[in-house]
Ligand binder design. Structure first.
Ligand code: 1CP
Length: 339
């Protein structure tokens, strides 16, 4: 399929588009009854290792909502497990790591990712590209900081206290950890690129916990090592939550699109990342408001996004699990017919 017909890719390049492309972070799974049906009795990480299931779950929101992009069904910890780290995804909690990282010896025990160890992801991507037509396929990975936060905390955390303690207290251990994670992430994204994803998103979901100075010192070089070493021409999206003060630096890490949460209007965000496309920023909680409010907020996001060189409509973070899927379908239709 000629990629000029993929509206998402045209928007990323800042070309004219027939409509603003739209997809939703965390659109696969969670809010869909058909997802819960196919996942019944299958653990999260087990389901990620089954290409037929990956393909089915990735396609579910495309069929239902007619979004312009599919996001591969996987998780940011999949490459870590494939590299030999003992972890699981616990329902209702998230990733849980058996032996949290705190010393240089812990870091040195982390092995590189062998591309064959994520062959199931490549197979899923190949299956999907046979089905997707003009819908773009977005691959993804976690950025070094966000991955490190799970490995150091041992699981989800609110304030990332242990992570920051390691970063400030043992910068050599921190940098060695992030360098290893950058390598694993790069390998994971290259596998997806070789198998045929149209674009990739690097999720640095929790980078907004840092000041700009600390982000530039402790994180940006590692994210840049990922984003700067991807295959030539592969479109890149770089996203985090609470990153208003980091948008310029996240843009400098090397990306074509900067993802924006709901706190920063897209025209303001665009002024912080000159020349780049922006993605976001509808507050996911707006999905629970009366339709008139959803419509009004979506039109505001469209108007502000139109001031950037390119705009991809999305939420400011993931689809909440309680979301009524009908609202998402209606929202896609609204965006597609807005002009
Ligand atoms: O659309 C999709 O859902 C695609 C697949 C996808 C993606 C893009 C999943 C499946 N996870 C992710 C990325 C991901 N995973 C991120 C970055 C995006 C974001 O910020 O939301 C993060 C931080 C994770 C880590 C993770 N995995 C969490 C968050 C924990 C925390 O710190 O609060 C959770 C709950 C998971 C488990 C998970 N991943 C995906 C699903 C469907 C689930 C739920 C597991 C289940 O159904 O049992």
């Amino acid at each position: 399929m000629d990629d000029t017909t993929k509206v998402l890719l045209r928007a990323i390049r800042g070309e004219a588009v027939p409509h603003t492309p739209v997809w939703f972070m965390r659109q696969a799974g969670r809010s869909l009854p058909e997802y819960r049906a196919v996942r019944a009795g299958i653990g999260m990480l087990d389901s990620c290792r089954r290409p037929d299931l990956v393909t089915e779950i990735t396609l579910q929101p495309v069929r239902r909502h007619k979004v312009d992009a599919a996001i591969l069904f996987s998780d940011i910890v999949v490459p870590l497990q494939a590299a030999g780290i003992d972890l699981d995804i616990v329902a209702g909690t998230g990733p849980v790591v058996a032996h949290p990282v705190s010393t240089m010896a812990d870091v040195e025990a982390i092995r590189p990712l062998e591309p064959e160890a994520v062959g199931f992801v490549a197979e899923g991507v190949r299956q999907l590209q046979r089905e997707l037509g003009t819908t773009a396929l977005i691959g993804f990975a976690g950025a070094p900081f966000t991955l490190a936060s799970y490995l150091v905390e041992g699981g989800p955390s609110k304030h990332h206290v242990k992570t920051k303690a390691l970063m400030y207290g043992a910068p050599d251990v921190w940098n060695a950890l992030c360098a290893r994670l950058a390598e694993i992430t790069l390998t994971f994204l290259r596998v997806q690129a070789e198998a045929g994803v149209d674009a990739v998103q690097l999720f640095d979901s929790w980078a907004g916990a840092l000041s700009e100075a600390d982000y530039r010192k402790y994180v940006l070089p590692h994210s840049a090592a990922v984003l700067g070493n991807l295959p030539e021409g592969l479109p890149r999206i770089h996203f985090g939550v609470g990153t208003a003060e980091l948008l310029t630096a996240m843009g400098e890490a090397g990306t074509d699109v900067v993802g924006v949460d709901w706190r920063t209007p897209l025209d303001v965000a665009a002024s912080r990342v000159p020349g780049k496309a922006v993605q976001g920023n509808l507050d996911p909680c707006v999905l629970f408001a009366p339709w008139e409010v959803v419509e009004q907020e979506a039109m505001r996001v469209l108007a502000e996004g139109a001031k950037a060189p390119g705009h991809i409509f999305n939420l400011g973070h993931g689809v909440p699990p309680e979301t009524d899927p009908e609202v998402l379908t209606r929202l896609v239709d609204l965006i597609h017919h807005a002009r």
